[in-house]
Design a protein around this ligand. Structure first.
Ligand SMILES: N[C@@H](CCC(=O)N[C@@H](CS)C(=O)NCC(=O)O)C(=O)O
Length: 268
């Protein structure tokens, strides 16, 4: 990191209702000050429309130059990173590398384990439920596009790859799959509550999972709770976490990280 020109701005490919993109933006908003001698990291958010109306994540440019997975978020900075960096956890850990208070060494292991556990929960299922036609419509659209005679071979290959990825969701949205996502949510939330119970008594303050300093875990957990809450799956959330997250919804921090005020797509 040290030898590069760190003042060059980054671009974050994001989407208004992408929970993973919001998690990255929340990490950035919670970053605090950089260590002495390091400039503040500049991130320009580039919002793309991933709904069926826009499908900008499936454009030739995006699939071939930004992310072959056809998803947001992606962090781009040719000079500093070289190639685009996908995956919300990797991007957040990169931001935490820049702002080490986001990943204190005494909590590093538990934060990394819990981030991993959180990202194994199917947000798609919790958000869109079992009756959604969203993935099958996407598969049909991708199939149709990849059969167009007027596109490049590279784009055709990219569309077919993306179709194989979306098919996984199209094939896995039964009631059993949803029950699994719900059970994972309950187990995960119980672990967060257990961590919070270890904090010194700070009940009346807007503190974080480990105490007064935010970490990258808070940055991912808050938008997740927001999504489950907005989807009215309150039966999955312990009351402590509902109250905790509701306090943040009133802050400027939430407004900056969640541009629409809600993480829930209007089409969910
Ligand atoms: N594991 C990825 C998941 C990214 C992801 O699934 N992004 C969704 C929005 S939350 C997306 O871009 N979906 C568009 C699509 O699948 O076409 C991460 O954590 O960044």
């Amino acid at each position: 990191m040290a030898s590069k020109d760190l003042s060059t701005p980054f671009t974050l490919y994001s989407s208004t209702y992408s929970i993973c993109a919001i998690m990255v933006q929340m990490t950035y908003e919670l970053r605090g000050s950089p260590p002495e001698g390091r400039p503040d990291m500049k991130i320009d958010r580039k919002i793309i429309d991933i709904s069926h109306k826009g499908r900008e994540q499936l454009s030739e440019f995006y699939l071939l130059n930004v992310n072959p997975e056809g998803v947001v978020p992606v962090l781009v900075n040719d000079k500093v990173l070289g190639k685009p960096m996908p995956e919300s956890v990797d991007i957040s850990l990169y931001i935490a590398d820049w702002y080490p208070s986001l990943l204190p060494s005494r909590h590093k292991q538990v934060i990394e384990e819990l981030l991993d556990e959180l990202h194994q929960i199917s947000y798609k299922l919790l958000t869109f439920g079992t009756q959604t036609t969203f993935p099958t419509t996407s598969v049909a659209w991708l199939r149709e596009q990849s059969q167009r005679p007027d596109i490049s071979d590279a784009y055709r290959k990219a569309l077919k790859y993306k179709e194989s990825k979306i098919s996984v969701w199209a094939d896995n949205h039964s009631e059993e799959d949803l029950a699994e996502a719900e059970n994972r949510t309950r187990a995960f939330c119980a672990k967060i509550v257990a961590l919070m119970e270890k904090r010194p008594d700070e009940k009346d303050k807007l503190t974080y999972i480990f105490g007064p300093e935010p970490t990258v875990l808070d940055a991912h957990v808050l938008p997740f709770l927001g999504r489950v809450y907005e989807k009215e799956r309150l039966y999955l959330l312990p009351p402590t976490l509902v109250e905790w997250h509701k306090q943040f919804r009133e802050t400027d921090l939430w407004k900056r990280a969640v541009p629409a005020g809600t993480t829930l797509p209007p089409f969910a």
